[in-house]
Write a protein that binds this ligand. Sequence first.
Ligand code: ZN
Length: 157
Amino acid sequence: MSGLFDDLRDLYQEVILDHGRKPRNFRRLEDATATARGDNPMCGDRIELFVKQAPDGTIADVAFQGRGCAISTASASLMTETVAGKTPDQARALGAAFREVAMTGACPDCGAALADDMERLAPLSGVHEFPSRVKCATLAWHTLNAALDGAKEASSE
Ligand code: ZN
């Protein structure tokens, strides 16, 4: 059977491949105020995340470097696009919602406030069908939390 659902899958796959090949904000931030390293030994994904926070805590700029599978790279790329301009609390809330989507495919309690951002992250929602890849998709978000918490290392565990 083909139709809208298949078209959506193709579109999502295209977004993941595009971000995996040409990750956005893939660079060092020399003036970062917080950094953290993320490691997903299950797959071999490693990222280094750079966050520059404004004096009021707002995420003014965020970038990453590293090496990993297409899903981990695409997820980090999409994350940097969605959390720029957010407060740490907003970024953590979005990360929690994204982890739920990655694990279950849905986030019934996400609400309207997160709807636009969740739509941008929707291409990765399909990973819930592949439990071994969920950690690839959530690594960047664990690493962001670590950076915001002042920790240096984040594990996918
Ligand atoms: Zn991976």
